[in-house]
Design a protein around this ligand. Structure first.
Ligand code: FES
Length: 71
């Protein structure tokens, strides 16, 4: 879904950039160009960024916890 109409930036692009380490709004602005023109998408970009950062404990990052042994 397009989030930034001015720069044709999608939510996938934003999620991907954040997962690649671009976690600041200024970084997203520089990298993707979103939120840098009219600014109307800024709130939505930030929400997506926060969602990815807050949920950064993806399956790949989860620590494996050894199974509990009752024996
Ligand atoms: S919609 Fe993103 S800068 Fe205008």
């Amino acid at each position: 879904m397009y989030v930034c109409i001015c720069k044709a930036v999608t939510d996938r692009q934003i999620r991907s950039a954040v997962q690649d380490g671009v976690t600041s709004m200024s970084g997203l602005r520089k990298t993707l160009g979103c939120a840098g023109q009219c600014g109307k998408c800024g709130r939505h970009v930030k929400e997506i960024r926060d969602e990815v950062v807050g949920g950064s404990c993806s399956d790949a990052n989860l620590m494996r916890i050894p199974a509990f042994s009752a024996a």
